[in-house]
Design a protein around this ligand. Structure first.
Ligand code: PAP
Length: 287
C-alpha cells in the first residue's frame, strides 16, 4: 500500500479490503480522512437513501439512528467488513449497500473505481481535523493520565504521519479525481455544510438520485442528523465502538468551525497553514 500509514491492527484488513472488496453498481461509498465530519454523513446518507425508515415524516420508532450508532449504518470496509471481529456480511446487506472508508484514493478497491457506484468525499480544514483527532485520541486516556500533550501528535500530523496517509495527499487524491469525474465523486466540505446545510444536503440528495420533493423533508433529515440530536440519543451516549475501542460518544463533540483556535498556538497555526498552501498550490482547492 505504498507509504500509506495504516494503524497496525487494521493493516491486514485494509489490504484485504483493498484487494478483495467487490463493489456493486448501486453501492454508496463514503470516503474521508479521519475527523472531517464523516459521522454527520454516516447519518445523512442512510436517511436520504432509506426515506421510509427514519427519513421524511416518520417517527422515532422507525428511525435506525435511534437504534444504531451511525458507524453501524455505514460500516467501514477496512475495519468492520474485513476486520477480525467482523459481524457484517456484505452478501446479506440489502441493496443499495452503504459503506464508508478511510482508504486513500489510490488504494481503493478497484471495483469502487470501475463500477458505477457513487462516492461521497468529505473534508475539512486541516487545523480543525487535527484538533478533532487530538481530542478523539484523548478519549482513550484515563482521567489520571489526562490529555496527551499536543506537540507530538502535531509534529506527526504536520510531517504527514497520519492514519490512512498524509491528510493533504488524501484530500488531493479524491479532489483530483472528483474534478475528472464529478459524476463519480461528490466532494463536500464540512465548512460549507455548516454554512449552508440545506443547500449542501439537497445537493447530496440529488447526487444520490434521491432529490427531496418537499422542503419539509430537508428540515426533517437535518434535524434527525443534527449533532445535538445524535449526541443525546441513548444509543450514542454509552458504551464503546467494538472495532476501534473508542467511546461511542467520542464521535460527537463540538462541531464548531475554527475550534482549532482553542488548542493551536500561533506558531502551529502558521506552520500548518504554510503546509496547506504549499500542498494545495495549483490544485484549485482551498481548505
Ligand atoms: P471519524 O473519522 O472517526 O469517522 P468524523 O465523524 O469524521 O470522525 O469526525 C468527528 C467530527 O465530526 C467531530 O468534530 P469536532 O471534534 O470538531 O467536534 C464531531 O463533533 C463532528 N460531528 C459528528 N457528528 C456530527 C453532526 N451530526 N453534525 C456536525 N458535526 C458532527
Amino acid at each position: 500500500m505504498g507509504r500509506v500509514l495504516v494503524p497496525p491492527r487494521f493493516l491486514a484488513s485494509a489490504m484485504e479490503a483493498s484487494s478483495s472488496f467487490v463493489a456493486c453498481d448501486d453501492d454508496v461509498i463514503l470516503a474521508s480522512s479521519m475527523k472531517t465530519g464523516t459521522t454527520w454523513l454516516k447519518a445523512l446518507i442512510p436517511c436520504i437513501m432509506n426515506p421510509n425508515s427514519g427519513g421524511e415524516c416518520s417517527d422515532d420508532d422507525d428511525d435506525p439512528l435511534t437504534e444504531s450508532h451511525p458507524n453501524m449504518l455505514m460500516p467501514s470496509v477496512e475495519i468492520q467488513i474485513y476486520g477480525e471481529n467482523s459481524t457484517c456480511s456484505v452478501s446479506d446487506m440489502p441493496s443499495p449497500r452503504l459503506f464508508r472508508t478511510h482508504l486513500p484514493y489510490p488504494t481503493l478497491p478497484e471495483t469502487i473505481k470501475t463500477s458505477t457506484c457513487k462516492v461521497v468525499y468529505i473534508t475539512r480544514n486541516p487545523k480543525d481535523a487535527f484538533v478533532s483527532l487530538w481530542h478523539f485520541l484523548n478519549t482513550f486516556k484515563t482521567a489520571e493520565e489526562g490529555p496527551a500533550p499536543i506537540d507530538e501528535p502535531f509534529e506527526l500530523f504536520s510531517n504527514g504521519v497520519h492514519p490512512f496517509g498524509p491528510f493533504h495527499d488524501h484530500v488531493l487524491g479524491y479532489w483530483k479525481e472528483s474534478l475528472k469525474r464529478p459524476e463519480k465523486i461528490l466532494f463536500l466540505k464540512y465548512e460549507e455544510m455548516k454554512t449552508d446545510p440545506r443547500g449542501e444536503v439537497k445537493k447530496l440528495a440529488s447526487y444520490l438520485g434521491r432529490p427531496f420533493d418537499k422542503e419539509e423533508e430537508v428540515d426533517e433529515v437535518l434535524w434527525r442528523c443534527s449533532l445535538e440530536r445524535l449526541k443525546n440519543l441513548e444509543v450514542n451516549r454509552k458504551g464503546f465502538d467494538p472495532w476501534v475501542g473508542a467511546p461511542k460518544s467520542s464521535y460527537f463533540r463540538l462541531g464548531v468551525v475554527g475550534d482549532w483556535k482553542n488548542s493551536l498556538s500561533e506558531d502551529k497555526k502558521d506552520r500548518l497553514d504554510e503546509i496547506t498552501s504549499m500542498k494545495l498550490e495549483g490544485s484549485g482547492l482551498e481548505l
